[in-house]
Design a protein around this ligand. Structure first.
Ligand SMILES: C[S@@+](CC[C@H](N)C(=O)[O-])C[C@H]1O[C@@H](n2cnc3c(N)ncnc32)[C@H](O)[C@@H]1O
Length: 360
């Protein structure tokens, strides 16, 4: 079983936060395009790993193509969209061909879109063909659901002892595999721009600041309430952990330099840092104080990226037979009500990890 089968069907309408994150990388995309040398008559290949249904992916692609065409107006471009085979590819193609801001509407020779429906833990493009690889809000997903019990909560940072160590080790192996696969795809001198949920170290030496930790805490407490009401088994709740990992800067760097790592020596670091990205739902609530609208938007955002994992790994094994879908609906009704009751109690907090590398 993969960690997720893809995002919920309405992900495009509820991914403003992911878009806000990717927008912070526009300058890095432009800089990376400028740093890669390709003959003006040769095809420039830009790949987006974990593209989902493409609304946000198109904007990042457009930024790359725009930057490139500013340099060479007639440069041929191939845009490769990667995601899992279970992704909604029809929606991606529909977005590409219908959106006003699609890169297909840019002046110059038509950009050729390609799809790569394979896991990004494997090579996903012809060897050494990609000049700019990008990945936004995707490479924090683990390859598979972790097989550890985390009775303390729903998130890697709630785990303790051996379970916590096992999750860190799994995340390291998966990040290493992602990097090795990108090293296979990228041309020499090509750039990789990755943004994921991250964990920041506060300046005052306080506890680590883990993206989404308060959100996952709220979700675990809602699930515990459903256990108390007989709608979910305690065993399934103990076994569930979101199969995603918010890396620190040190964890992101580790496989690039550690002796014996298969990714060691393959890249040169350009950027590796965490930055807070403001929560668009909370920002809006602070200006309109519309509790219900805030809760609906926030819960839909959370459902967009967690629904597949919650269905397969929590509600199918844990809800009474045949009632997984109803239980999932009830879970999000309760979560929405909790967000509406106190908008400042469980905000999604984000410390985005940005990693920019050059392929040696
Ligand atoms: C939150 S979405 C991000 C989509 C888009 N990049 C954005 O910024 O809006 C994460 C995407 O990563 C994809 N994903 C997760 N694991 C993957 C894997 N092993 N290989 C390829 N894509 C994967 C999911 O299917 C999903 O479409």
């Amino acid at each position: 079983m993969t960690a997720t089968e893809g995002m919920a069907h309405d992900y495009d309408e509820h991914s403003e936060y992911q878009r806000a994150v990717a927008d912070t990388a526009t300058a890095l995309i432009v800089d990376s395009v400028g740093a890669v040398h390709v003959g003006s008559g040769d095809a420039f290949v830009v790949a987006d790993y974990g593209a989902s249904t493409g609304k946000n992916s198109m904007a990042s692609m457009r930024a790359a193509v725009d930057a490139l065409r500013n340099r060479h107006a007639g440069q041929p471009v191939v845009a490769l969209h990667n995601d899992l085979p279970t992704n909604d590819w029809n929606q991606l193609v529909a977005n590409l061909t219908s959106a006003n801001d699609s890169y297909l509407t840019l002046p110059g020779p038509a950009v050729v879109p390609l799809v790569s429906p394979v896991s990004f833990f494997e090579p996903a493009a012809p060897p050494r063909s990609v000049h700019l690889g990008m990945s936004f809000s995707a490479a924090h997903w683990l390859r598979e659901p972790p097989r550890v019990r985390v009775p303390e909560g729903f998130y890697f940072c709630d785990a303790t002892g051996d379970a916590r160590a096992a999750l860190a080790s799994r995340a390291d192996a998966d990040w290493t595999a992602f990097l090795v696969a990108r090293a296979a795809d990228l041309a020499a001198g090509g750039r990789l721009v990755v943004q994921d949920i991250g964990t920041a170290a506060p300046d005052d030496g306080g506890p680590p600041l883990v993206t989404a930790a308060r959100t996952l805490r709220a979700m675990a407490e809602v699930a515990a309430g459903m256990v108390a009401d007989g709608l979910l088994t305690a065993d399934a709740v103990e076994r569930y952990v979101l199969p995603a990992y918010a890396r620190t800067v040190a964890e992101a760097r580790a496989p690039l330099t550690r002796r014996g790592s298969p990714a060691a020596g393959m890249f040169t670091e350009v950027v590796c840092r965490t930055d807070p990205v403001p929560n668009p739902y909370l920002t809006k609530w602070m200006s309109d104080h519309d509790d219900a609208a805030y809760a609906r938007a926030y819960a839909a955002f959370v459902r967009g990226f967690t629904e597949s994992s919650l269905r397969d790994q929590l509600f199918v094994p844990g809800a009474p037979a045949g009632e997984a879908e109803d239980a999932l609906g009830e879970f999000f009704r309760r979560l929405t009500a909790r967000f509406a009751a106190d908008p400042e109690r469980d905000p999604f907090e984000d410390w985005t990890l940005t990693v920019v590398l050059t392929r040696n």
